[in-house]
Design a protein around this ligand. Sequence first.
Ligand SMILES: C[S@@+](CC[C@H](N)C(=O)[O-])C[C@H]1O[C@@H](n2cnc3c(N)ncnc32)[C@H](O)[C@@H]1O
Length: 285
Amino acid sequence: MRRGLKDYLAEMLEPWELSLLYRSYDVVGDIAVIRVPPALKHRKKDIAEAVVQTNKHVKTVLCQSSPVQGDLRLRELEWVAGERKTETIHKEWGCVFKVDLARCYFSPRLSYERMRIASQVKPYETVTNMFAGVGCFSIVIAKHAKPAKVYSIDINPVAVRYARENVCLNKVGHIVEIIEGDSKTVIVKQQQNTVDRVLMPLPEKAYEYLEYALAALKPDGGAIHYYDFVHAGKDENPVDKIRRKVAGRLKELGADFDLTFGRIVRTVGPRWFQIVVDIRVYTKR
Ligand SMILES: C[S@@+](CC[C@H](N)C(=O)[O-])C[C@H]1O[C@@H](n2cnc3c(N)ncnc32)[C@H](O)[C@@H]1O
């Protein structure tokens, strides 16, 4: 029987070192992405070898050495153990996603969220995904709902190349159209008043781009899935904070709307949260 990571490392690391270990790591396809606290840098190789030994799906271990950053939401990844590669194929909800983790954003932690959104899509809807990466939300929707069309927009040419390949791998080319560009420009030029549902899975830009999500919706409205980050003190409700923020902006933009749902997607730091709010728009100015 395979042992857990901490049990395995207990024989090599000092108790103080063990106490500093991060409790979890992401696995994307056959690549594990670990984070190692600065005080354990000298143990990076041991930790990576332990991940390979205790997880039979892992062929490569990369260490994340910077936060996810920049417009393209990339992070620095250093090879530590196993095969030297950054490209893999991840399986989720019966879909396959090919991705180069060093050149595209991908998070397996959004898996629940992808199916949660897909389950709301009604037959024959037109959907636009403003920050689509390698196409994960778009493809899960195309596979599990019956939309007429899903537009999958991203500004990163590498992510767009993988998204095109993923559309072929998942045989959804008749539904998903990949578009390279700034979603603001794409909507203004091609999609105003044409779609039923807009996804905004880029917390850093969703607030700034909310007016374009609204512009994309048909004149009688539709749905927007809005993502944001928020810091909330002990006595504050992080979801309510984002509900107030987004409601204020929608009022300024002249929309008639309801906020139908909100939840914490994940905790990203001490009292820092990623939030999703689902918006039902009835009319626009
Ligand atoms: C957090 S990732 C989301 C990826 C995807 N939704 C997923 O589940 O994997 C945000 C994506 O937005 C893209 N992006 C950033 N600014 C953009 C813009 N102005 N227009 C379109 N895409 C943009 C980035 O390249 C990145 O792939």
